[in-house]
Design a protein around this ligand. Structure first.
Ligand code: NAP
Length: 319
């Protein structure tokens, strides 16, 4: 089968289109014929081996040679012990533990997958699992009528998060680069900030801050929080994540604020709400661009260099 393979951390030039063996589903896994895959920041981080947490399990060389965790496609074989799915089922899910989605076939644990809603195309369904799970779990921390700030709001998770928070009656301030601000307004954000012009930690105060690309000091986050408020980092520099779970946790306790890391639970339970709302037309899926499999290096560069609004999709075969 055709797959996009890399052996060393680095830029998109490390990625090569190769013919490799079709994976064999292990016990509890299914083999999926991939129709579409979407790109997440975690793919870019896995390619570059940065931040440091992207090297867990592969300090010097990548442990998984084929990236791509969000997949949508058809089941073509099932391993022993699979109870939920049969050949022919249309499925989607986040294969973060195994990756392998930038390929014509991927083996994935059945626990990572859900049935694709018929209202969504494969391309649309592939945008939901990882970003939808992050968005739903972060938005669930916001109370109706509260003030929430989302940093990095114009990407995959943020574009779902803004919409989810608005359906719950939350006041949303969305932060991203200037080119994405009208997109964020169209998604429903009440206020938008260009991170190159405004330091959001000097605005506020907010009841909830969700940072998808965190690199501030714990003192800066604390400054932007209302009393009783909460700040969670979802991704960002390893230093910031480490500081949030150590100094941040302590600082928060002494200043009546909560600072920490949001550990997102992968799997269908985590992304089901976003899939349901999207299938019902209550939230929009914004596909910035779709690239064919052989152009994954370009697709990753497009996303990683920060051009994408919403999600970038890899169309592996026709719908
Ligand atoms: N905690 C967990 O359990 C967990 C699980 C899975 C994934 N993650 C992490 O969650 C994050 C998810 O991100 P995503 O997929 O939504 O990313 P994404 O689609 O790349 O979106 C990130 C957005 O942030 C913007 N941005 C970049 N630098 C910024 C800055 N300094 N200030 C404000 N905005 C900035 C980007 O725009 P420009 O670059 O164009 O400016 C982009 O619009 C990743 O870091 C991933 O590793 C965490």
């Amino acid at each position: 089968m055709r797959a996009i393979v890399y052996e060393r951390y680095g830029g998109p030039e490390r990625l090569e289109l190769r013919d490799i063996a079709v994976p064999v589903p292990a016990r509890g896994e299914v083999l999926v014929e991939v129709v579409a895959t979407s790109i997440n920041l975690s793919d870019w981080e896995g390619l570059r081996g940065s931040p440091g947490y992207a090297r867990i399990g592969g300090l010097f060389r990548p442990r998984r040679k084929v990236l791509g965790s969000d997949v949508a496609g058809r089941v073509v074989a099932v391993g022993d012990g699979v109870a939920e799915f049969a050949v022919g089922d249309e499925v989607f899910g986040d294969n973060l533990s195994k990756m392998g989605g930038f390929a014509e076939y991927v083996a994935a644990p059945e626990s990572a997958l859900a049935r694709k809603p018929p209202e969504l195309s494969f391309a649309e369904a592939s945008t939901v699992p990882q970003a939808g799970a992050i968005a739903a779990q972060a938005a669930a921390l916001a109370a109706r009528g509260s003030r929430m700030l989302i940093n990095g709001a114009g990407g995959g998770s943020g574009s779902f998060m803004v919409q989810l928070a608005k359906t719950e009656g939350v006041h949303v301030t969305a932060v991203d680069n200037a080119g994405k601000l009208s997109f964020l307004r169209a998604l429903g954000a009440d206020e938008v900030l260009d991170y190159r012009q405004v330091d959001f930690t000097r605005t506020g105060p907010y009841d909830l801050i969700v940072d998808l690309v965190a690199h501030r000091s714990v003192f800066a986050y604390r400054r932007a929080l209302a009393e009783g408020g909460r700040c969670v980092v979802v991704g960002g520099t390893s230093r910031t994540v480490l500081r949030m779970v150590t100094i941040g946790a302590l600082l928060g306790r002494f200043t009546r604020r909560h600072l920490g890391l949001l550990i997102v639970h992968e799997g269908p339970a985590g992304f089901a709400r976003v899939a349901e709302l999207a299938a019902a037309g209550a939230i929009d899926i914004h596909i910035d661009r779709a690239f064919p499999l052989e152009r994954v290096p370009e697709a990753l560069a497009w996303h990683g260099e920060g051009h994408a609004m919403g999600k970038v999709v890899v169309a592996v075969r026709g719908e």
